[in-house]
Design a protein around this ligand. Structure first.
Ligand SMILES: [Zn+2]
Length: 259
């Protein structure tokens, strides 16, 4: 299984997951034109996508959903996200099992996908657990969440938000107080993330991607070092660059060598 970051920040999010048989898009928070450029730049075609999963309705995650749907790409989201987007009958629901916060698995090509609740100021935000039936690998994807209440045994890949550091945020006088409060409850702090990661069994996890770093209150190199200390040595730590910059294979390699 391969995970690719096309764009990762509050300016727009889009990621690809490919197991050699099926290609899934995670998030479509860019203009349709820009998304098409990035997908093609990564060596894929929009027409080759088996689906797009949307975590919640905010523009930086869902901006071009209507155009994608118009191109025949199947879209998937929670019931709450579908209602917030006014996309009933267009986006397919990842419906929770009765009384649960975790959805029943949905088969999309060679992937089995289930969603789990995240903590964000949206109608029904979710993260995704994606398993490939081709290679048996598993990816957990969670962004825009103040916390995560699940363990994910047997992960091969983990893509997770590392939005801000409390000390940097507290010093940011140009961010309005109400926004600071919102960030604290709805996005992932690096220390909180490290605490969460240190409680996970990541012995089988070969790659960890840090997503959605804040422009104003994060520090790429420091975040990578913090996470490096709490995950096994066999797990490569990678930062998806802030500012929505594109990172293809070239960029990833450069970043690997930095870390
Ligand atoms: Zn959001």
């Amino acid at each position: 299984m391969r995970f690719l970051s096309l764009a990762s920040s509050s300016h727009g999010n889009a990621y690809l997951v490919d197991d050699g048989k099926t290609v899934l898009l995670l998030e479509c928070g860019l203009s349709f034109r820009r998304l098409g450029q990035l997908v093609r730049g990564a060596g894929y075609q929009l027409s080759g996508l088996s689906g797009c999963l949307i975590s919640h309705e905010h523009g930086d995650h869902a901006r071009c959903w209507e155009k994608l749907a118009g191109r025949g790409v199947p879209l998937y989201a929670s019931d709450g996200t579908i209602a917030a987007l006014g996309a009933e009958g267009i986006i397919k629901p990842l419906a929770p099992e009765v009384g649960q916060d975790v959805s029943a698995p949905v088969r999309i090509g060679s992937f089995s996908v289930l969603s789990f609740r995240t903590f964000h100021d949206a109608e029904e935000p979710v993260g995704f657990l994606i398993r490939s039936t081709v290679d048996g690998e598993k990816l957990a994807f969670a962004t825009d969440t103040g916390n995560i209440r699940y363990q994910f045994p047997g992960l091969s890949l983990l893509a997770i938000e590392a939005n801000y550091q409390e000390e940097i945020l507290a010093r940011c006088t140009r961010i309005p107080e109400a926004t600071v409060k919102r960030i604290r409850y709805t996005h992932m702090e690096i220390g909180r993330l490290c605490g969460y990661l240190s409680g996970l069994d990541l012995r089988g996890c070969r790659e960890l991607y840090l997503l959605h770093l804040s422009d104003a209150s994060s520090d790429e190199a420091w975040f990578a070092q913090c996470v490096r200390r709490v995950v096994p040595e066999t797990c490569r730590v990678m930062v998806c660059e802030k500012g929505g910059r594109i990172r293809g294979e070239e960029g990833e390699k450069q970043l690997h060598s930095v870390l």
